[in-house]
Write a protein that binds this ligand. Sequence first.
Ligand SMILES: [Zn+2]
Length: 398
Amino acid sequence: MKAISGTNLEQAKSHNRRVVIEAVRTNGPLSRAALSRLTALSTQTVSNIVEELERSELLKAEAPKKAARGQPITPYSINPDGAYSIGLELERDRAVGVLTDLSGRVRARIDKPVDRPTPTEAMPILGGIADELQRNFRFDRARLLGVGIAMPGRYAAEGVTSLSPVTLPGWQGFPVAPELARLVGVPVLVENDATSAAIGERLHGVARGLSSFVYLFLGGGIGAGMFLDGHLYKGSRNNAGEIGHMIVVPDGLACVCGKRGCLDRYVSLGAAYEYLDIGDPRQHDPETLAALIVQGDSRIDAWAEAAAKPMRQTIDVLELAFDPQTIVLGGSMPPSLLQRLARQLDPLHTPVNPGEERNLPRIMIGATGRDTALLGAAALPIFSETNPQFDVLQKPLG
Ligand SMILES: [Zn+2]
């Protein structure tokens, strides 16, 4: 069991509420006594909070269990219908939305084709998807926590894009969060795809309950989302994890950033299309790569072998710099290709302490597949409402 400390100060009630929800989410159904032990909160504080969370239907009581002596014990679990969230993802060629419940299960989904939309074109499409998701599934609207949106690129503090992603021209400086909040009428959180995916994997995937891990998002480029000592780490200017522009081959291939030999140029979907000589941008689709794997195309393995060397070096640097429990591979790259790449990484560089026992593999594949950023986007409002360390995320607008 993972311990998360609370505080008994009355003014920290909302923090303690988050601590209790997080403990149940991470460990599964827990009794009041177990919650009190785990959170270091007094039994009275836990009782009050559990009562309040049960009343607001965020927690539900499971069937009481017989105890060895004394009263039967009632475990409490997350009530999936206690809250809902909408996740949106905008890519060059598609806009997707999902409605998820508090447990992260997808209850409705909408896909719309787009073609490198400008902000003026994209906003009504995204707003329309959010509306349609609410109409397609009957639920208590008052329980909708908000909308999360994942986009490639970096973000400034108020949900404004700080760097125009090469994949989506015209978005530089566009205030995504406030503009979308105006359309949908609920709070909107915006994050880059790697950070969204890291949050999604931590809430519902292989990183559930981990306090330190690095999520490597392989998409058009490569970026990292990081949880360090239980905190989402974004850096002083929100640029932590922009590892795609780390030089891995001195004087190597030219990069859009102006440098040469960046990781992006060797380990990303873009690098794979280039290596496989897929010149037609209409074929620049992860499905094209998944199909080549099914066909047994040997060039795929050749690419994975070529990509493994800079990737191994990157993993070595991340492990030495951050000492994570594990490194999770995911992104919009097809899972079958991620697995090929992961296989080629073996053996990794020797760790700093080779004899040390590990309870997790050094590399894991994310559980949420190609929808990882989308599910992570849906997790943003849930995370912001229920995570005790939310203070590092931007405040929702709406
Ligand atoms: Zn670069």
